[in-house]
Design a binder for this molecule. Structure first.
Ligand SMILES: C[S@@+](CC[C@H](N)C(=O)[O-])C[C@H]1O[C@@H](n2cnc3c(N)ncnc32)[C@H](O)[C@@H]1O
Length: 326
């Protein structure tokens, strides 16, 4: 994508929205840096890493400067931290040549406050509750796009890639979403903790993961209702396709070693759910009970996965949209 962008000034600016700790972010940014460094030797290249305050920034910059990092590609390249939400301005107006966002834009700006009996996430939510959450998710996605439209230079490009969903008449709401068995396994575990009196019934009823994995159609909805976005961007690519590696179960390589399979699965799920659960579903009266709840939840989850023999396969469809600012 970066190869298609011509530098508009003496400075080149790349932004990565929701960069995380860097192990993936740096590898995905590197080809863009290389593209500009090769085509425009001598020009300053700034890489703006955008994430929340609590991100592990030290690890991110260690990755940028490390063996697989990008700073060795040119003496003129400079990593920059842009701290705060990507639902607000993350860079000066009309400054960004290339923007990327991987595995981040499905997170909503706020913890939903919607009663959700029988569901822990958007895909199993029904009726008014689903419409309400969809409204929140669409508002966030539109805000994300509006902010990027302001930040990009004319001719600049944005690629957003994250978990997606595909139409499926046999599924709840006619949509088959990445991670469907995973989130249902989490709901099942939470229910067992309610039954055992470890978490309250209303805590589960009032809890929803603050995420929405969009279908292609949902991804394109803001361009149909928002004239600034429709006029401001040309849509170069929009697709939801199975992930390239192990789309039917990202842990498929370990399926014959149930213990390892379950441990990897648990570790991965814990990495992206713990901070949400800590402040909501699994929050106890003291730090100690919260900690005990978290450990209990992930231990039960691991056991369920280990005994499930692949029943809870972690499926992934990847949503990718590439936009060019007109
Ligand atoms: C699953 S990680 C992905 C990290 C990296 N892009 C990658 O592909 O490995 C999601 C990241 O998005 C960040 N994130 C979520 N919501 C955000 C927001 N509103 N503003 C900025 N960053 C956000 C999280 O802090 C987290 O670092």
């Amino acid at each position: 994508m970066a190869d298609k962008v011509l530098a508009a000034s003496d400075e080149i600016h790349i932004a990565d929205y929701g960069c995380g700790t860097g192990s993936n972010a740096i590898l995905s940014i590197k080809p863009a840096v290389k593209s500009f460094a090769d085509r425009y030797p001598g020009r300053a290249i700034y890489v703006h890493h955008v994430d929340q305050a609590e991100n592990d920034w030290n690890t991110l910059f260690e990755c940028a400067a490390g063996q697989d990092g990008y700073i060795t590609l040119s003496s003129n390249v400079r990593p920059v931290a842009s701290m705060g939400s990507f639902f607000s301005m993350a860079a000066p107006a009309s400054s960004i040549d290339v923007g990327t966002s991987f595995g981040a834009s499905h997170w909503l700006s706020l913890q939903p406050s919607i009663s959700s009996k029988g569901a822990l996430w958007f895909a199993d939510l029904q009726g008014e509750a689903r419409l309400e959450l969809k409204k929140q998710a669409q508002r966030d996605w539109e805000t994300f796009l509006t902010m990027r439209l302001r930040e990009l230079r004319r001719g600049g490009r944005l690629m957003v890639s994250t978990l997606g969903a595909i139409p499926d008449a046999g599924e709840v709401n006619g949509i088959c979403s990445s991670g469907r068995h995973t989130y249902r396994a989490m709901y099942h575990v939470a229910e067992t903790m309610v039954n055992d009196g470890l978490i309250s019934e209303h805590a589960l009823r009032d809890f929803l993961m603050p995420i929405w994995f969009m279908s292609r159609e949902e991804t394109l909805e803001p361009f149909q209702r928002n004239k600034d976005l429709a006029d401001g961007f040309s849509i170069e690519r929009a697709e939801v396709v199975p992930a390239q590696h192990n789309p039917k179960d990202i842990f498929a390589d370990q399926i014959n070693a149930p213990q390892e399979y379950a441990a990897s699965y648990k570790g991965f799920v814990r990495s992206f759910t713990e901070s949400t659960f800590r402040h909501s579903l699994l929050r106890g009266e003291t730090d100690q009970t919260t900690k005990a709840n978290l450990n209990e939840f992930y231990d039960r989850f691991e056991t369920l996965i280990k005994n499930g023999a692949g029943k809870y396969a972690f499926e992934i469809w990847l949503l990718t949209i590439e936009l060019r600012k007109q």
